[in-house]
Design a protein around this ligand. Sequence first.
Ligand code: HEC
Length: 137
Amino acid sequence: MKKLIALFPLLAILLWQACKTESGKPLNPNGDSELAILMRQMFEDGERVREQIKNGQPVDIQVDFEKIMTAKATDPTKMQGKEYPHFAASYVEAMKALRDAPPAEAQDKYSAMVATCMNCHEQSCPGPMVRIKKLTL
Ligand code: HEC
């Protein structure tokens, strides 16, 4: 188990690179894509909502999550094919279910939402998965 933990930073670096270009630099020299910025907001909002659920507080979602359907990615080929819209729609549905959930169901709906992040990332962009795992309850 200890060995496994020691491997994590290495794994994180390898996976992080997996979502960049082969040179290791971001594709967009002018900065971060609209989608990358949205993703960071989704992550930060997720961290906040996670605390709310852990503290038994009402869930208050602030990120404009439906933008995931239209925001432009660094590498638009990541959004081509039918997988991206399919995964994006699952995420939007999961966010709505969480937003509208009665308090007793918030925890389950939250976990289901984090699973939709992981599903898309597994397919299109494994780099941030290590980070997304921190959102699990
Ligand atoms: C429908 C597919 C999809 C879903 C769902 C999804 N992501 Fe992403 N995510 C991407 C893609 C594609 C990128 C690369 C964006 C780019 O570089 O333009 C990305 C990038 C990221 C990044 C790296 C951003 C950066 O700093 O460059 C993080 C962190 C992230 N996602 C977290 C999340 C979290 C948290 C969720 C769920 C709340 C989530 N993602 C749901 C496809 C998805």
